[in-house]
Ligand binder design. Structure first.
Ligand code: FE
Length: 194
């Protein structure tokens, strides 16, 4: 571990920060617990998967999702809009594969994807996703054809991304619940096919 935070693990640094805020009278332990419980009660990759499954079954919803991600999330009861960032949904096609990263830190649409995986926050992913996306995807087991264009989207505090994977060929006749169950958080980040 390096940087200006000393050698403590993340959990200990977070706890130290919490204790300072509590000592300063800015917040109580109970308030912190309540806020975190609220955030994580509603934040899950099932939310993003639901949006994808709806887009796969409803072309008009797909169009709205690509045009205005915040409004399309709100339409299904998900609160990306309340977090104050622009949600941009990027669609995979036969010729284009999208992947998301935050090169600076770990910006991520948590409300739609749940807590970000630790690899998403790692220096290795943040630095390599832009430089050598094809190699990174191969390490995730995703080998793309040479002629597939890879677009890497760098999230920040104002704009965050969600990948709309391609609908599987064999999905004819599946209902929205069944389709949603095919979508993983890696698929929504773009490090898996779906
Ligand atoms: Fe970030």
């Amino acid at each position: 571990m390096s940087g200006g935070h000393g050698e403590l693990p993340v959990a200990a640094r977070v706890r130290r920060l919490e204790e300072r805020l509590i000592a300063a009278g800015l917040v109580t332990d109970d308030e912190l617990d309540e806020v975190l419980a609220q955030v994580f009660a509603s934040a899950a990759p099932a939310n993003g998967a639901r949006m994808v499954a709806r887009a796969w079954t409803d072309p008009a919803y797909r169009d709205r999702l690509l045009a205005d991600g915040n409004a399309a999330a709100a339409e299904l009861g998900f609160g990306a809009g309340s977090h104050g960032y622009l949600l941009k949904v990027v669609e995979n096609t036969a010729s284009v594969h999208n992947m998301i990263v935050c090169t600076l830190c770990s910006c991520y649409p948590t409300a739609l994807l749940g807590p970000s995986p630790s690899w998403y926050k790692s220096f290795a992913y943040r630095s390599r996703a832009v430089r050598e996306p094809r190699g990174v995807l191969a390490e995730f087991g995703l080998e793309l054809p040479d002629d597939t264009e890879i677009r890497v989207w760098d999230a920040n505090s104002e704009t965050r991304y969600l990948v709309l994977p391609q609908r599987p060929e064999a999905a004819d006749g599946m209902d929205e619940n069944a389709l949603a169950s095919l979508v993983t958080s890696n698929g929504l980040i773009g490090t898996a096919v779906r």
